[in-house]
Ligand binder design. Structure first.
Ligand code: AMP
Length: 487
């Protein structure tokens, strides 16, 4: 089906053609006509499926009639992270170039002054992370009563990050007769509840996970001892004809260490993780996009949604704990029809994680012949000084282990501005506290009473075993986390 059959305006068709798209992706073909008919939508789709354009394109046509008024945005797009919000804003820039629509980005970690000024002028499209939006709302800088179109993007990720109470709150402040579009990779019960409560007779659209469509990514497992990982990485970087690569680590500490090591060895590398403030993150991404650096060492904060053209390789320096993260990580390569390669380093401790990944993607991943098997690959003394990854080895349940780890990567470090930016005493707000401490979706135990929330906090010991910096370990890596790597 050509784009011209979807009911979009000529100006938009021109912008789409200039973007180089010949035909709509399945989510676009199904969503765009319904959005133009003002229907509510539940889109079960992940990044990489073209879902951003599936709401941005019809929104541009819907909003092209009418004018923005001061402090009263006409539409609102909620994104879980600053990076995703920024990316959606770039999509608007690309597709709305033949219209006069104004957009404003409300994200934490950057000054509020310019954001308030933009709101004062009046904006057609407000793209926001929930924390900053609520802060500005509570300060009286925004009125949401003129907002007739709401997009809740990456709803399951919002759930992971504890944003659902904020979203519910925001929904009650918008006019009841608005149009609502909700996108989520999965539909866990809390998201279903949210859609039942705030969407009206929605059309459900489901498209295949990129995991099933990623035939253009060649995947390989690399059995390797923990102590040999860096050497192995350097070898592969040299032998594999890497144009540009994202290298994922499970911990921020490791991201920093590995980046330093690569630089020492003469590679052009940079780093991105949750402890780096927003302007530095954007600067690092720009360097990567422009080719000033061609290796980006990253935590999972960069795994979802980042759309960088021409990433030839993904390396999982650490095998991800969660199979979904694997799919997101490797999806940073092989985008928009290009081919890519994904190498995952595996020690014997990762056997269970790899099993789960292979179950999810429905395939055995080919093993690279490194001279050792996964079972033989030394875990570098993981059981001695490091938190066990699978949880089982050290007798700790998964729910105690991964969630804090995953969520912490998205949290600002102490001293860094939080999602709420300048707002002091953020932790005092129950919703925020919940966001920081609630376990991830899959492992979440029965919801505790509000009064019990404090008990959800990981014990000090547990937190220290993790990356640490968010809780005050911004200094050098403690000795027991150094595994005697070569450099
Ligand atoms: P998204 O799922 O929105 O993150 O989009 C994933 C990638 O697909 C982005 O690089 C888009 O620019 C690209 N894209 C979106 N729509 C199309 C299309 N119809 N044809 C080809 N590429 C597209």
């Amino acid at each position: 089906m050509p784009f011209a059959d979807l009911g979009l305006s000529d100006e938009l068709l021109r912008a789409v053609e200039e973007a180089g798209y010949s035909e709509p992706t399945p989510i676009q073909a199904q969503a765009i006509p319904s959005v133009l008919m003002m229907r509510d939508i539940i889109g079960i789709a992940q990044t990489g499926t073209g879902k951003t354009a599936s709401f941005v394109l019809p929104m541009i046509d819907i909003l092209s009639q009418g004018r923005a008024r001061a402090r009263m945005p006409r539409s609102l797009i909620l994104e879980p992270t600053r990076e995703l919000a920024d990316q959606v804003a770039q999509n608007f820039e690309k597709y709305a170039k033949y219209t006069k629509l104004s957009t404003a980005l409300l994200i934490g970690g950057v000054s509020m002054g310019d954001q308030v000024k933009a709101l004062e002028k009046g904006v057609d499209v407000l793209i926001a992370t929930p924390g900053r939006l609520m802060d500005l709302f509570e300060r009286g800088n925004i009125l949401l009563t003129g907002c007739s179109l709401l997009v809740i993007d990456e709803a399951d990720r919002m759930l992971d990050m504890g944003f659902i109470p904020d979203i519910e709150n925001i929904c009650t402040k918008l006019p009841a007769n608005r149009q609502t579009l909700l996108f989520s990779a999965t539909m866990p019960p809390p998201i279903k509840k949210l859609s039942d409560r705030f969407l009206s007779n929605p059309k459900s659209i489901e498209v295949a996970r990129p995991a099933t469509a990623s035939a253009n990514i060649a995947q390989m497992l690399v059995p390797v001892g923990e102590r040999d990982k860096r050497e192995m990485l350097r070898q592969l970087l040299k032998s594999e004809g890497v144009d540009s690569a994202i290298i994922f680590c499970n911990r921020k500490t490791m991201v920093r260490e590995l980046n330093k090591s690569l630089k020492r060895h003469g590679f052009k590398s940079g780093e991105i993780h949750g402890d780096i403030d927003q302007s530095a993150r954007i600067a690092e991404l720009e360097k990567f996009k422009s080719g000033e650096i061609n290796l980006l060492v990253a935590s999972d904060v960069a795994a979802r949604g980042l759309d960088i053209k021409g990433v030839s390789h993904v390396f999982n320096f650490d095998a991800p704990w969660h199979p979904d993260d694997y799919v997101h990580r490797i999806g940073r390569t092989g985008r928009a029809g290009a081919t890519g390669k994904a190498f995952t380093f595996v020690t014997k401790q990762d056997a269970e994680a790899i099993d789960n990944i292979e179950k999810l993607i429905g395939n055995k991943i080919e093993r690279l012949d490194t001279g050792v098997t996964i079972e033989e690959s030394d875990d570098g003394g993981a059981a001695r000084g490091r938190p066990a990854r699978g949880g089982a080895k050290r007798g700790r349940g998964k729910s105690e282990e991964r969630p804090a780890q995953r969520e912490r990567d998205d949290r600002p470090a102490r001293g860094e501005k939080s999602e709420a930016g300048e707002r002091p005493a953020r932790e005092a707000r129950p919703a925020r506290e919940a966001r920081d401490e609630r376990p991830a979706r899959a492992e979440r135990p029965a919801r505790p009473d509000r009064g019990d929330r404090g008990r959800d906090r990981p014990r000090r010991d547990d937190r220290q075993q993790d990356d640490g910096p968010d809780d005050g370990w911004n200094g050098p890596t403690p000795a027991f986390l150094n595994f005697g790597f070569d450099s």
